[in-house]
Design a protein around this ligand. Structure first.
Ligand SMILES: Cc1ncc(COP(=O)(O)O)c(C=O)c1O
Length: 384
């Protein structure tokens, strides 16, 4: 389909092409010096002690959970209103995902009231997914985690570059999202705010989580192939069961350029959201989630929720006829067949009713204010 307005697009150009060409000419493609450079730049920019590049965010989440001590018999609390990868990562560890409802259509993040109700003696960790780029209520999540001795893992896929602005007197205020728990995980998938195609990063201030993650990322080996190729090691040991979750030098080379572009691209996203809100904010029949917040988000996507149910498909179809690509964020994880079979009794009222009314409109840094005006006008006509 040739969309007039596609859902997302990426700011990739000559600089990235040149950086990739340099890596290819250098002939070392697997994890190596550029990855180390990317990790260092990322850690510095995030103001965090460790940044560890991996193959994608799903593997980052898997490693964050294992390195935090999550395993069989444990429960992990997380929203169902997320991409399936968040829950899959929990299943990989042998632990049980326990799905938490969202606050509602005005706040698509997990409800701390429901979270609190679902804490049991088996609960080991909370996975906070910052939907659309808006941070969860991390002050409350921290308080609950401290009270019950739980680990906090952030799925910060949507929130790269966002800073937390919860309680002004809280110790988290002003910190970069991803550094608000024990470990934070990022995706550089093809449509993300920082894009490398595939790729991910785990950040942490915890030395133990960092060293376990580094070991687990590459088969549990004490030395890398680059260490050997560059003459810094001749042999290695394997000290635990690890995985191949390594990043490539091509990913790192693109990531370094993308990191430099992130702030300005996120500002452009913010300006577009301001315009969307100006045009759609007072239109009857539309609920704009997170409308009382603006500056604390990375604005990865622009979700809107229809006030009435039963119209989602029709509105999407009409928008498509106008050349406007839309998406759904999200189909609840607990309603997918695989999860239904595993956990048949889960019922989450707000998640289910909101997901049936949500539509994601185009948002990306290559869009103009005029694009937002045209899309909004078409949207208003479609919902009439
Ligand atoms: C909220 C969320 N979690 C996890 C993931 C998985 O990331 P990746 O595709 O890098 O494994 C995504 C990616 O789309 C996501 O949006």
């Amino acid at each position: 389909m040739n969309w007039k307005y596609q859902l997302s697009d990426v700011d990739l150009g000559e600089e990235e092409a040149q950086a990739v060409a340099d890596v290819v000419r250098g002939k070392w493609l697997s994890i190596g010096p550029r990855t180390a450079q990317f990790e260092q730049a990322f850690a510095q920019w995030m103001q965090v002690k460790h940044a560890i590049a991996v193959s994608n965010c799903t593997t980052a989440l898997h490693l964050a959970l294992i390195a935090s001590g999550v395993g069989p018999g444990d429960e992990v609390l997380l929203p169902s209103y997320t991409f399936v990868a968040s829950a899959n990562a929990v299943l990989y560890t042998g632990a049980t995902p326990v799905f938490v409802d969202i606050v509602g259509p005005k706040d698509l993040n997990l409800s701390c009231d429901d979270l609190e109700r679902k804490i049991t003696l088996q609960t080991k960790a909370i996975m906070a997914v910052h939907l659309a780029g808006f941070p969860c209520d991390m002050d409350r999540i921290h308080a609950l985690a401290a009270k019950h001795g739980l680990k906090v893992i952030e799925d910060a896929c949507h929130a790269i570059g966002a800073s937390y602005m919860g309680r002004k007197d809280g110790h988290l205020y002003g910190k970069k999202v991803g550094t608000l728990g024990d470990a934070g995980c990022f995706s550089f998938f093809a449509n993300k705010n920082l894009v490398t195609g595939e790729g991910g990063m785990l950040v942490t201030d915890d030395d133990e989580i960092a060293s376990k993650t580094r070991l687990l990322r590459s088969h549990g080996m004490t030395k890398s192939s680059w260490d050997k190729a560059s003459g810094r090691a001749t042999d290695y040991d394997v000290t635990c069961l690890g995985y191949n979750y390594r990043c490539t030098e091509i990913t790192a080379a693109i990531g370094l350029i993308q990191l430099r572009k992130l702030a300005s691209n996120n500002s452009q996203r913010l300006e577009l959201v301001v315009e969307y809100r100006k045009l759609l904010g007072s239109v009857p029949g539309i609920i704009l989630p997170f409308v009382d917040r603006l500056e604390d988000s990375a604005h990865h996507i622009f979700p809107v929720v229809l006030a009435e149910s039963g119209r989602q498909s029709l509105v999407r179809q009409k928008l498509a006829e106008n050349g406007i690509q839309t998406s759904l964020h999200y189909l609840p994880v607990h309603l997918f067949s695989h999860y239904r079979q595993l956990f048949p009794n889960v019922q989450l009222d707000q998640t289910e009713s909101t997901s049936q009314r949500e539509i994601t409109l185009p948002l990306h840094p290559l869009m103009s204010i005029d694009d937002v005006r045209n899309i909004s006008q078409a949207f208003i006509e479609c919902i009439r």
